[in-house]
Design a protein around this ligand. Structure first.
Ligand code: NDP
Length: 246
């Protein structure tokens, strides 16, 4: 129960990596606050966590709306008394080739993958500073390290998250006791590809997904590792890919 005194907000908790992380952290004692837009899925998850003896709060919201995020933080403080950490995990990956000009999808990726992270940080930071410390974990991607087909905009958003994390760490860790980690997964078996509308990309991706991918639980384990180090240790980056991925 190493996390028993920690209250952690997890965005994108309604599926995939966020859901697995909520389960993992609650199993180790954390009080988890579940944020996403699909309230019904969050309620189901909260009830399974509670049945297993854990503590979970449903706080639905859209990460692109700063007000929603501020409400989630206020609800967390009202319910659990404080916030100790934020996992910025919500994200979208509607891959497409640039020449197709799917500009609405570009905008959505910038809004969720980048602005969503900024909204999370601006909403939670006053609480973390007030509490004299905490943790921020941002889910970037292998896409921050290299381009893959149809990923020009997606890769750019994830590179932004990785670089923002490093800036945050340098500004917050030494002075405010707030450790910051960027997690950069390769292919994980989740619903992330469901937002792709470019048929050419869908075919190419199908081939790629024939390898053995990571499971959401593998990323939850990496998050758990970063959160459970002694306070003097800041895990800056975790770059974690399937053994079979080139
Ligand atoms: P999922 O599609 O399973 O999960 C995405 C989550 O983001 C959902 O819970 C969704 O909930 C939430 N979300 C999307 N838009 C919003 C929004 N506007 N406000 C609040 N929540 C939102 O995919 P993953 O679990 O794979 O994705 C999690 C993160 O991991 C993403 O940032 C992704 O980029 C990253 N990642 C994933 C990889 C993979 O191969 N799967 C590899 C590398 C990184 P809802 O729709 O209910 O709002």
């Amino acid at each position: 129960m190493i996390l028993k005194d920690r209250t952690i907000i997890i965005t994108g908790a309604s599926s995939g990596i966020g859901e697995a992380t909520a389960k993992k952290l609650s199993e180790h004692g954390a009080s988890v606050v579940l944020m996403a837009r699909s309230e019904d899925k969050l309620k189901d998850l909260a009830s399974s966590i509670t049945k297993a003896g854990g503590k979970a709060l449903v706080a639905s919201g859209d990460v692109t709306k700063r007000k929603d995020f501020e409400n989630v933080v206020a609800k967390t403080v009202e319910h659990f008394g404080k916030v100790d950490g934020l996992i910025n995990n919500a994200g979208l990956m509607p891959l497409s080739y640039v020449k197709k000009l799917k500009t609405d999808e570009w905008d959505k990726m910038v809004d969720v993958n980048i602005k969503g992270v900024l909204n999370g940080v601006s909403s939670v930071l006053p609480e973390l500073i007030k509490n004299n410390g905490g943790d921020i974990i941002n889910i970037s991607s292998m896409a921050a390290h290299r381009y893959f087909p149809g990923g020009a905009v997606y890769c750019a958003t994830k590179a932004a998250v990785k670089m923002f994390s490093e800036g945050l760490r340098q500004e917050l860790a030494p002075k405010h006791n707030i450790n910051v980690t960027s997690i950069e997964p390769g292919a994980v078996d989740t619903n992330l590809v469901s937002t792709i509308t470019d048929e050419d990309i869908k075919e190419e991706l199908q081939e790629m997904m024939e390898m053995t991918t990571l499971e959401s639980e593998d990323i939850a384990n990496a998050i758990y590792y970063a959160l459970t180090q002694p306070k003097r240790v800041n895990i800056n980056d975790i770059y974690i890919v399937p053994s079979e991925q080139k």
